[in-house]
Design a protein around this ligand. Sequence first.
Ligand SMILES: [Zn+2]
Length: 140
Amino acid sequence: MKGKVKIYFEDKGYGFLITDSGDDLFFHVSDFCHHHSKINKDVKVLFDTEKTKKGLAAKDIRLPDTNSDPRIDCPHCQKKIRPNPRYRNGLLIGSICPFCLEFVKKVDFSKEREAYHNALFWLAMAVLFFLIGALCVRFW
Ligand SMILES: [Zn+2]
C-alpha cells in the first residue's frame, strides 16, 4: 500500500500513517525499514498491513525512492543484486552477481572509494616521475 506519514511521536517510537484512501494506520518505529531519522511528517512511504489486537497496523514500511535502495541491476540477468565489492590489487573491479555469477562492473556505492584509489595511483605516479626527473638531472 501507499501512503504518507501523518504524525510521528519520536519520544514514544510510534505514529500514524495516512493511506492514499484516507485511512489512519498505526505504526511502530521497529516496522520502519530505514533509519528513523527519515520518519518525518508527509514523507511518502510504501508498506504492508497487519491485523493486530488493536486493529490494522502498518508493517515493513519503506521509502519509495530508489536512492534508498542499495541494490543494483545486474546487466546480464536483469535481477536486483546487492553489491558485493571485489578487489584486485587494491582496486575495486566490481561485483559478482549471485544469480548468474556474471561479473558486474560499476558499483554505485563504490564511486568514492574508486576515486580515492585513483587519487593514490596518480599521487604515486607523480612521486615516481619526480624521482626519475631528479635522478636524470643529477646524472646529466
Ligand atoms: Zn546476473
